[in-house]
Design a protein around this ligand. Structure first.
Ligand code: PGA
Length: 257
């Protein structure tokens, strides 16, 4: 395992938070705090309504902007949806796909996550694809089966070159927004399993190149231990990304880890 072949990526997932003035204020505060970060890709995934503001505020800085979802069709009669092309045209670089909240509340399935991933890649976006087990699945000891199934389905038909453009976020559903973080060993165990699964499906070289994040109640206090793990290449951060100081502490932990 060679962590040095992968750049750490710390991505904030703002979810349904922040008006435009609030988004501007948060990013203006964050900009100088992360200006010297060299080894970590800093990303803010923001609501659609904040994308234009976020892109303008971060222009010329080391903060990259992502969206929180996209539709899989290029255009058409899909009221309320946003296409990958629409995001790419704006200058958006990343897009979160298959987040457990989308799966849970908006009926997204591995099939639609796969279609969204294909569409995002075709538009030149970098997908952050979320996978993770429910609490009862962990208790039934089928975490690896659940994760392997999600990886196989979500990346079905995606070739090795495109897979390398994807980030996989391991987010145990029981840890999201609950304050219950997976232990660093639990996170490492599943992230290593994801990498081993990719090695089987693609090759060891491809598996080593893919960035795998941990997400789920990652915060300023626990980030350093999580990102110190061999297969944890950063984090997808919800609540703690809404405070510039906490988000910066997490970024610094990855920069120095
Ligand atoms: P959390 O969210 O950090 O608030 O648990 C993580 C996520 O949902 O990506």
């Amino acid at each position: 395992m060679n962590k040095n072949v992968r750049k750490a990526v710390i991505a904030g997932n703002w979810k349904m938070n922040k008006t435009r003035p609030e988004a501007k204020a948060l990013l203006e505060e964050l900009k100088p705090m992360v200006a010297d970060i060299k080894n970590v890709e800093v990303v803010a995934c923001v609501p659609f309504t904040n994308l234009e503001t976020a892109l303008a505020v971060t222009e010329g800085t080391n903060i990259k902007i992502g969206a929180e979802n996209c539709h899989f069709e290029k255009s058409g009669a899909f009221t309320g949806e946003i296409s990958a092309d629409m995001l790419a045209e704006m200058g958006v670089e990343y897009v979160v796909l298959g987040h457990s909240e989308r799966r849970q509340y908006f009926a997204e399935t591995d099939e639609t996550v796969n279609k969204r991933t294909v569409a995002a890649l075709a538009a030149g976006l970098k997908p952050i694809v979320c996978v993770g087990e429910l609490l009862w699945e962990r208790e039934c000891n089928i975490t690896e089966e659940v994760i392997a199934r999600q990886i196989k389905l979500d990346f079905f038909g995606i070739n090795a070159d495109d897979l390398k453009k994807c980030i996989i976020a391991y987010e145990p559903v029981w840890a999201i927004g609950t304050g219950k973080t997976a232990t660093a060993d639990q996170a490492e165990e599943v992230c290593a399993f994801i990498r081993a699964t990719l090695a089987k499906l693609y090759s060891a070289e491809v598996a080593e190149a893919v960035t795998i994040q941990y997400g789920g109640s990652m915060n300023a206090a626990n980030a350093a231990e999580l990102v110190s793990k061999t297969n944890v290449d950063g984090g997808l951060i919800g609540g703690a990304s809404l405070k510039a100081a906490d988000f910066t502490t997490i970024i610094n932990a990855a920069e120095n880890g």
